[in-house]
Design a protein around this ligand. Sequence first.
Ligand SMILES: C[S@@+](CC[C@H](N)C(=O)[O-])C[C@H]1O[C@@H](n2cnc3c(N)ncnc32)[C@H](O)[C@@H]1O
Length: 377
Amino acid sequence: MTVENVLPVASRYVPHTGNVAAQSPIAYKTTRLMAGAVNVAQMALAEAYINGLEIPDPLFRQVMDTSMSMLFQHAPALLAPYEWVLQESDRLAESSRALMQVQYDLPQAMLNQMLGDWPLIYPKYSMGLWENGATDLEQSQIQMIDRVIERLEIVDGDRILDFGCGWGCVPNYIMSKFPNVRFTGLNLSHHQCEYIRDKMQNPDSYLSSGRFTLHEGDLNEAQFDEKFDKILSIGVFCHVGNLTNAFQKLASLLTSDGKVFIHLITARIPNNMSSGFTHKYIFPHGRYWNYDAIPSHDRDLKTVSQWYVNGINYHKTFAAWLQRFDDSQATVKSLDYGMDYAKFRRIWRFYLLLMGTAFATCDGEYNGNGQYLLTHA
Ligand SMILES: C[S@@+](CC[C@H](N)C(=O)[O-])C[C@H]1O[C@@H](n2cnc3c(N)ncnc32)[C@H](O)[C@@H]1O
């Protein structure tokens, strides 16, 4: 197996405080209690901010950076606030309907402005690649998709499944490069599917080429008549709680010599992590798998290559989204968010600041994204 960007051995530390793998029940319980306390502190800050506490962004970033850096380096077990974060869930993806309501089916005019919407690059809700010199969000997303093409070894004529396809950005771009590639996109978000259907009627879009098929539906129930040469899933596995079930499903959809590419948020710590704030306000049951979780679930699929993508790339992506979010206030404040707009705005600013800072902590070496190439086991 190819593994790139491995942390120096000295940095693959033993946590000083709290260890979710602790054998002694007392040590384990103490760790769980402390993780609960860290969560209570983060939630108190979040609720105060949402209710109007004024904290200048630089101070917010400094407080978060200092605490995150201590937690990542010395007490990563405290980043797992709930027991469910440490175990596989019953279903492949939990709380899917709640997730659509809280997050993906929000007014698209807001999300599209925040994420960016260009003639070729549609809204893409995942990390852009900045480390090769991209100077803006659109370029960073193009460079990331180019990297996916290279690492998934896409060739013309491939039949590809996009497992959680967002607004169809990745299929549209890849089909622009490969005239005989065929794509199927799967997505539960009705609003995002409406965006795609609109593009499927637009002659300027590659989604209208007859080579794209859309399935509006849940990952849990995904079934297709055909098998795929390649399957990609970008930014979706933070919503997947059961890797065993997911790999079984993906393997059942893959041709015998097919390849799967998974791109997810990860942390180079021993345990998975989550956050009380994101669970409540942004991604119900959202979890961030530890970097070794994918290869350690090799059964129906096996990991043949694994890459760590430095978190600074996501820090810059979040900074661009925050800037665009702030810049679009005048036009998006009248949309229906199911709550007072001022409150909605503060929840989202907290989210964008929190995540943006967490990815920059420790120079992006602990909290970043993982990319994995898998084949049949
Ligand atoms: C973070 S977005 C990433 C979208 C896209 N891959 C990209 O990079 O822009 C996650 C996507 O997964 C979809 N998704 C999440 N849970 C799902 C589920 N249970 N079934 C189907 N789609 C789901 C969301 O609607 C959203 O489109």
